[in-house]
Design a protein around this ligand. Structure first.
Ligand code: LAC
Length: 311
């Protein structure tokens, strides 16, 4: 099996590092436009192989997509990250052109690949990738909800002082500070509702912290986060490559599910060898559905900006 990660910046390189450590594939290709950068990151990762005991061959390429040929999964992290005070949405003008070009280049050499989109604003970049490539919907997956859910579990873990591995908690909707929806009602600690263990105010705080989880890190780091985004990308790739059929919230094309059409938005899906295989209906209550609809409206507005960029 073979995976390509495009963009050897902090998120792409961390994603590649995680994929190599997990020994998911025989070959891993890292691509970047900056001369020698992907080669350098790939070599650095390869030099950890004997220390960490993995047997994945990692190679780097400066924009030569022929090296990516026959990849089973391609992860797109290209584009600029946000700076403190910026929203993910402000990146659209620059990143749309990059993501469109990258996805087309990848498909030239790997026509059967599954595309995982991480570049921001992720929901719009996923929609753009789906439209620009014309790929079957099951082969285009936006990665945001897995990361947001991991952040949700991190804040829950701190509030409950429990093991993060005992938590099940999901964030659906858009991957934006105001569009994501942490489903506090459904979060559990080993089968017990978290809402029975935390007060309403505490739960509200966890939810608010989750929503600005990325922005908090951008402020602290001066740029966008990479450990959790990279690990979340690798977890998604793992479920595809190993055909795990894990349920992850991912940004996928909706055709009536969750009451929405002609949009890519975060919902729980089964992830396996064919990409996203089916959408799971969590049966939202009226309040959650209203938030989901608002999130869809905001993402749809963002998607409309794409038309002005192409025109
Ligand atoms: C974040 C970026 C990767 O949430 O969207 O950290």
């Amino acid at each position: 099996m073979k995976v390509t990660v495009v963009g050897a910046g902090a998120v792409g390189a961390t994603c590649a590092d995680n994929i190599a450590r997990k020994e998911l594939v025989e070959e891993l290709v890292l691509v970047d436009i900056k001369e020698g950068f992907a080669e350098g990151k790939a070599l650095d990762i390869m030099q950890t192989a004997s220390l960490l005991g993995f047997d994945t061959r990692v190679i780097g390429s400066t924009n030569d997509y022929s090296k990516t040929a026959n990849s089973d999964v391609c992860v797109i992290t290209s584009g600029i990250p946000r700076k403190p005070g910026m929203t993910r949405e402000e990146l659209i003008g620059t990143n749309a052109k990059i993501v469109e070009e990258v996805s087309k280049n990848l498909l030239k050499y790997s026509p059967n690949t599954i595309l995982v989109v991480i570049s921001n604003p992720m929901d719009t970049m996923t929609y753009l990738t789906l439209k620009a490539t014309g790929l079957p919907k099951h082969r285009v997956i936006g990665m945001g909800g897995i990361l947001d859910s991991a952040r949700f579990k991190c804040y829950l873990q701190q509030a409950l002082d429990c093991s993060p591995n005992d938590l099940h908690a999901t964030v659906i909707g858009g991957h934006g500070d105001t569009t994501m929806i942490p489903l506090t009602r459904l979060a559990t600690l080993n089968g017990t509702l978290v809402s029975n263990l935390l007060g309403e105010a505490e739960l509200k705080q966890v939810s608010a912290d989750t929503m600005v989880g990325g922005a908090t890190l951008t402020k602290l780091l001066g740029t966008s986060a990479w450990y959790a985004p990279g690990a979340a990308g690798a977890a998604l790739v793992e479920s595809i490559i190993r055909n795990e059929k894990k349920v992850f919230p991912c940004c996928v094309s909706l055709e009536g599910e969750y009451g929405q059409n002609d949009i890519c938005l975060g919902v729980p899906v089964v992830i396996g060898r064919n990409g996203w295989e089916k959408i799971i209906d969590y049966k939202l209550n009226a309040e959650e559905q209203e938030l989901f609809n608002k999130s869809a409206d905001a993402v749809r507005n963002m998607n409309q900006v794409l038309d002005t960029l192409v025109a």
